[in-house]
Design a protein around this ligand. Sequence first.
Ligand SMILES: [Zn+2]
Length: 114
Amino acid sequence: MTRQFKLKFLDNIPNELDEGVLYISMKYHTTAHLCACGCGEKVVNPLNRKYGWTLTFDGQRVSLSPSIGNYQFPCCSHYYIKENEVLFLDSDDDMPHRRGYIRRLIDWFMKLFR
Ligand SMILES: [Zn+2]
């Protein structure tokens, strides 16, 4: 699993990617990396303000927006790359909210039978 990416700026994205490396081609306006979950799938994110991703580079760290959702892979991982770091958006993040909703529904039912 990748928690932090190393950056590699080059013209051509190599065929074989190393895990934990974010490859950035300014020439072809694209980035590529191996899925941060560690499944080994190749993730390519074209840089395009309208149809792709926006890359922010502060001289040392790169952020990509929007988030990267790998729903085409079995892992279905979803994460942000923010200042080289990987912030995973687990489906668990939604759980407290959903649990609260179900809890309220159960409370409502219980009231009916009181
Ligand atoms: Zn993955």
